[in-house]
Design a protein around this ligand. Structure first.
Ligand code: BTN
Length: 266
């Protein structure tokens, strides 16, 4: 295990929150999300967390593969036992993105933090001086429903920390904390920050909705004011509604609420 990840358990304990205990750190696994989902079926408790130095079957949204060189980045999944209505899962996913965003911004320091944004529905991106958005992290939320209520939610995220060279096919659209100028980057401390932020907001959002974090989300909304295309909808992104849906203003002035989909920007 690389030195910075070996300090994760101490960093989490120092925050004193409910997430990150127990912490399972593996050198290699197929997918930390699958580790968490398997453990959830076997009765693992709220807060249990899995981290790996590398994954052999890391997954992204829409069936994509998530590749990450051994020891460079943060690959983690946390199990939440929150018996909320299934409709609250999309807002929870947004809060997870916000937690990763806030931890990444903190790691970069004040000078760069305003450039670290949440891109609906689940990406964390960095805005360059040219306005282009590069992906820093992705979040994969998977929920298990029982009796009409959420039984467990697995929040997985991959955050690019130390990687300095990406494969050519994604080099133009991906970035890392190291490439954005981060110094003395400590994956253990960053993980502890993500878990503490999620611990702070997740239950509130699961039972009361996005209200409590809506202003913070709006302040770091990567899509606001941009021309977007999502599914068959095209227009100007103009915020996120209380249910976590993207608001898109069409040319005719009608606002559409988009529940899911991949967004492309002009
Ligand atoms: C995306 O952007 O499509 C989401 C990527 C999520 C990747 C993380 S890495 C840790 C966890 N385990 C997985 O297999 N996927 C998530």
């Amino acid at each position: 295990m690389t030195l910075d990840l070996s300090r994760a358990a101490d960093a989490i304990a120092a925050r004193g929150g409910a997430l990150g205990r127990p912490l399972v750190v593996r050198d290699e696994t197929e997918s930390t999300n699958d580790d968490a989902k398997r453990a959830a079926r076997e009765g693992a408790a709220h807060g249990a967390t899995w981290v790996a130095e590398t994954q052999t079957r890391g997954r992204g949204r829409q069936g994509r593969t998530w590749l990450s060189p051994r020891g460079e980045n943060l690959l983690a999944s946390v199990l939440l036992r929150i018996a909320c209505p299934p409709a609250r899962v999309p807002p929870l996913a947004l809060v997870a993105g916000l937690a990763v965003r806030d931890a990444a911004a903190r790691a970069l320091g004040r000078a760069s933090s305003a450039r670290v944004l949440v891109k609906w529905p689940n990406d964390v991106v960095v805005r360059g001086v040219d306005g282009a958005l590069k992906k820093l992290a992705g979040v994969l939320v998977e929920s298990q429903i029982a009796g009409g209520k959420v039984d467990s939610v697995v929040v997985g995220f991959g955050l690019n920390v130390h990687t300095r060279a990406f494969p050519p096919e994604i080099a133009g659209i991906a970035t890392s904390l190291a490439l954005e100028g981060g110094r003395d980057l400590d994956r253990g401390a960053i993980l502890a920050d993500v878990l503490a932020a999620l611990d702070h907001d997740a239950e509130h959002v699961a039972f009361r909705g996005l209200g409590v974090v809506h202003a913070r989300l709006a302040a770091c909304d990567a899509l606001a004011g941009r021309e977007v295309a999502v599914e068959s909808v095209r227009g100007t992104a103009c915020g996120i509604d209380p249910d976590g849906r993207l608001l898109v203003r069409k040319a005719v002035g009608v606002v559409t609420h988009v529940a899911s989909g991949e967004v492309t920007t002009a």
